[in-house]
Ligand binder design. Structure first.
Ligand SMILES: Cc1ncc(COP(=O)(O)O)c(C=O)c1O
Length: 404
């Protein structure tokens, strides 16, 4: 049989449309205009427009490389010291008392944690439904849904008021049956920038506890909202009260380790025995998908968190990133208020993290790109860190023209 007669495996495949967020970066790169501005992909940028490696992370990297004596396998759970320390950073004083009830596995970034968590839910309760916020980060539904779990949305964002639609959210959760899973953004909600207040977290914890709902908390931006402690008060409120919780941790943004793919999935079980069982399932899932995570990023984070001086330097660097993002928010809000007198952009100042929704419809987003060379993903999410002193007037004028 000639080669042309052999039925081809991949000929049935048609090219897919670009990823909603990564596609924006590709389109931005193709644009030859000197005016172009990338407010798309969610990476932090400094004054010069670069995504830096924090100096404390570099120092920890050097220490890791100098002291490393082997590259042998780390095992499916990854770097156990990292697992312990990153959970400690998230849970603070609760980490000790809850230790026996927590099973943690190092993952391929926060995405890997979300996907492994979904696979674990699928094993434990194949008919579980995961409720995600409306809207949510564009990769949440693909990551969780690809495990085969059913997904639904709960109301979250009041677009007119640029706030959490809290009564609607609480109403939805109150109507859920026991065993439903609720995906919550710990802080810096992506894409809206609006977070729950401490009081609202308390009310959510009441409902989850009373109704037997399982929180799946996504913590991808610890330290990027207010500070490393304030950003996790909601998570800690839940962890102190509910019997079961999943926590997806990412070190991409706050440690600047994006490409090192560093994260963890921590599962809080009702008791120590169940935690041991969970750990065996986490390890088997990892073994069957990719066997073991990469080591470098986790070794760096473990080293940094273990050394008080490095940890302090890093905290200062994270605080500087936050203060830059908050001042960029204030700067843009002020420029928009100058151009659109009588319109209030206080919400832009109040929101937290890298993202806010501009409130443009699909046509507005296309005009922003085609007429002004300003790039945001299809949901209109703006990465505040993409703004700089050099482009803020240009961006404000373009946005004001479309909002006006
Ligand atoms: C809300 C949210 N969760 C999780 C992640 C996962 O990040 P990574 O897989 O790069 O650690 C991101 C990254 O953009 C995110 O925005």
């Amino acid at each position: 049989m000639g080669q042309t007669d052999v039925p081809q495996m991949f000929q049935s495949l048609e090219p897919l449309p670009p990823d909603p967020i990564l596609g924006v970066t590709a389109a931005f790169r193709r644009d030859a205009s000197p005016l172009k501005v990338d407010l798309g992909v969610g990476v932090y940028r400094d004054v010069a427009g670069n995504t830096p490696i924090p100096a404390a992370v570099r120092a920890a990297e050097r220490a890791v490389i100098e002291s490393q004596t082997t590259k042998t396998y780390v095992g499916p759970a990854g770097n156990v010291d990292f697992n312990e320390r990153i959970v400690g950073l998230a849970l603070g004083p609760l980490a000790g008392p809850l230790r026996e009830r927590i099973a943690t596995i190092q993952t391929v970034g926060g995405c890997g944690a979300l996907r492994l968590g979904a696979e674990l839910l699928k094993v434990a309760r194949p008919d579980a439904i995961v409720h995600v916020s409306d809207p949510t980060w564009a990769n949440h539904e693909p990551l969780l849904g690809s495990s085969g779990l059913r997904l639904e949305r709960y109301p979250y964002y009041d677009a007119a008021r640029h706030e959490v639609a809290f009564d609607a959210m609480l109403g939805h959760l109150t109507g859920l049956p026991a065993g439903a899973v609720v995906l919550l953004h710990a802080c810096c909600h992506n894409p809206t920038g609006v977070d729950l207040t401490l009081e609202q977290w308390g009310a959510i914890a009441d409902v989850l506890e009373k109704r037997g709902l399982v929180p799946f908390v996504d913590l991808a931006y610890q330290g990027f909202g207010d500070d490393l402690e304030t950003d996790v008060v909601g998570l800690r409120t839940l962890a102190a009260r509910v019997p079961e919780l999943l926590l997806a941790l990412s070190c991409s943004k706050n440690f600047g380790l994006y490409r090192e793919r560093t994260g963890a999935l921590a599962v809080l079980a009702p008791n120590g025995g169940t935690a041991i069982a969970v750990a065996t399932h986490q390890a088997r899932l990892a073994r069957r998908m990719y066997s073991m995570p990469p080591d470098h990023g986790a070794a760096v984070v473990a080293r940094l968190l273990a050394e008080p001086a490095l940890r302090e330097d890093w905290q200062r660097e994270v605080a500087a990133m936050v203060s830059r993002m908050q001042s960029l928010r204030a700067l843009l809000a002020g420029k928009l208020e100058e151009r659109l007198p009588g319109r209030d952009f206080g919400w832009l100042r109040r929101q937290r993290g890298m993202f806010s929704l501009l409130g443009l419809d699909a046509a507005g987003i296309a005009r922003l790109r085609d007429e002004h060379h300003v790039y945001v993903p299809p949901d209109g999410r703006m990465n505040v860190a993409g703004i700089s002193d050099g482009n803020v007037d240009y961006v404000a004028s373009a946005v004001a023209r479309l909002l006006g």
